[in-house]
Design a protein around this ligand. Structure first.
Ligand code: BG6
Length: 498
């Protein structure tokens, strides 16, 4: 499938996402010659701004974040394709003017055109934007053209709001034209999970409860609530912000069965089965036993002292929102029966690192049990999602020398050295896929709802149950609360050291 020229309309165009991710992504696609000729960008937002002011702000950020650097000449050409459209989100007149503007752009390009609506506003405007697009007729495409929508996160705040949003979206756009973004799926290393599993003969035969003892997924960030993020985050928390979407998506990719083909539905059919097979943590007891929530207290990150979560800008000083969560999960399928999936995610951990580790069972303990180092243990396959993207396999080896001693060694593949060039940013791949009509790397309606079903029980127990578990604490810059270590110790396991 090939990306086709279109006009990209970004709602919430004055926001951070547009400046840091979307516009630089389109710029870099252009630099790499991947962007179809004739793509135009219209930024829709409430603030009063001229095209020139809008472009200036975008350029300043592009200079800062662009993957391939910033070439003033290329930029000045690229910015010609960018316009600013001022309107309130609930002003129908603004959408009528938008329709006229898009028609004018199409005429200039010659004929009717494709439109890609990117909803990146604050979530309370998602509904009204969709409804207004529909009432001015922008959600239906001209003959021979397409009209698609990308919906940013958060996709609802619980199952009921996600179902409602799905209704509004699908009342406006067909499901095949709906692209629910989860930028983790656009990461090179996440896409490689299926390739690793299904294009190599040596892993898949072992990829089950016979040979795998446990799976760990860690998503650590050193950042806290910089840049006013606390306002949003304190209402969401780690479970909604990261687990409902990114972490459950990664888990689905690790646990899914081989799909019948690589079509969007082929792949998503298998992923949603994993989500449906999650053992629901639906009693206060199950949640107390399997989920740890925590906030950070003040501490040090890379020698800088930082405040605790409750002291952060725009966070309630009595907040009961988790900035860290660890879970023991089970995928109740034939393949995974009895294998724990440990998932942890948090802010203000020592560093930024996302990785998946597959811990294989030890071989029968009959041959080397008396040999020094034999206890060092089993094989671990580590998929480094970011940074230092790559895959490593830990093995046990004989230590060179005249006596038999054993030590773990590592086979290590790094994207940077194997392939030389950097990977495109997640948003680049995803924007291109949406322009090509390929929804494989976007979440389908049922995936989003199944993920919320799992999350809802936990949120409810935390915030409504009288038997809610405590909020644990850890100092900023440490690897999370003691309770999270104990969660694994109960099973005789421990978190992999990153
Ligand atoms: C976002 C979350 O979806 O992902 C943020 O809202 C988080 O809280 C971010 O920081 C992490 O993304 P990445 O690509 O930097 O790992």
């Amino acid at each position: 499938s090939r990306a086709e020229a279109c006009t990209v309309v970004i709602f919430g165009a004055t926001g951070d996402l547009t400046h840091r991710k979307l516009v630089p992504a389109l710029y870099n696609l252009g630099v790499d010659g991947e962007l179809p000729h004739g793509v135009k960008i219209v930024g829709f937002a409430r603030r009063d701004k001229s095209d020139a002011e809008f472009r200036e702000g975008l350029e300043a950020l592009n200079k800062e974040v662009s993957r391939s650097g910033h070439d003033p000449e290329l930029w000045s050409e690229y910015q010609e394709s960018i316009q600013y459209h001022q309107s309130e989100f609930n002003d129908i007149d603004g959408y009528k003017r938008l329709a006229e503007r898009l028609d004018a752009i199409d005429r200039e390009r010659g004929g009717a055109g494709n439109r890609l609506f990117y909803i990146a506003s604050a979530p309370e405007f998602f509904d009204v934007i969709l409804e207004n697009l529909k009432s001015v007729g922008l959600s239906s495409a001209a003959k021979g053209c397409w009209s698609r929508v990308i919906v940013e996160k958060p996709f609802g705040t619980d199952l009921a709001t996600a179902e409602h949003l799905n209704k509004v979206v699908n009342n406006t756009f067909a499901e095949k034209d709906t692209y629910r973004i989860d930028h983790y799926l656009g990461k090179e290393t996440a896409q490689n999970i299926m390739v690793l599993r299904f294009a190599n003969a040596i892993f898949e035969p072992l990829w089950n409860n016979k040979y795998i003892e446990q799976v760990q997924i860690t998503c650590a960030e050193h950042l806290g609530m910089e840049g006013g993020r606390g306002g949003y985050y304190d209402k969401a928390g780690a479970l909604r912000d990261m687990v409902q979407n990114h972490l459950l998506q990664l888990l689905s990719l690790v646990a899914m069965e081989p799909p019948t083909d690589l079509s969007a539905d082929g792949v998503r059919d298998e992923k949603v089965k994993v989500l449906r097979s999650l053992r629901q943590l639906d009693t206060p007891k199950a949640i107390r036993e399997n989920v740890v929530r925590a906030q950070y207290t003040s501490g040090h990150i890379q020698d800088k002292s930082v405040v605790g979560y409750r002291e952060e800008d725009r966070v309630d000083p009595e907040s009961m929102t988790e900035a860290y969560v660890a879970l023991r999960m089970h995928v109740d399928t034939w393949r995974w029966s009895g294998v724990p999936f440990y998932v942890r995610v948090g802010k203000r951990l020592p560093k930024k690192a996302t990785e998946i580790s597959i811990h294989f069972k030890s071989p029968p303990n009959v041959l080397f049990n008396a040999i020094p180092g034999a206890a060092a243990g089993g094989n671990v396959l580590v998929i480094r999602i970011q940074p230092d993207e790559g895959i490593s396999l830990r093995m046990v080896s004989k230590l060179p020398g005249t006596s038999l001693r054993m030590e773990p060694v590592k086979m290590d593949f790094h994207y940077s050295t194997s392939f030389g060039k950097g990977s495109p940013e997640a948003y680049e791949r995803l924007l291109l896929d949406a322009m090509a009509g390929d929804a494989t790397l976007f979440a389908r309606r049922d995936e989003v709802e199944e993920a919320w079903r799992f999350i809802d029980h936990i949120e409810k127990a935390w915030h409504e149950s009288s038997e809610a578990p405590e909020m644990a604490e850890f100092s900023a810059g440490s690897w999370g609360p003691k309770a999270a270590d104990e969660l694994l110790e109960q099973d005789g396991n421990s978190w992999r050291r990153l």
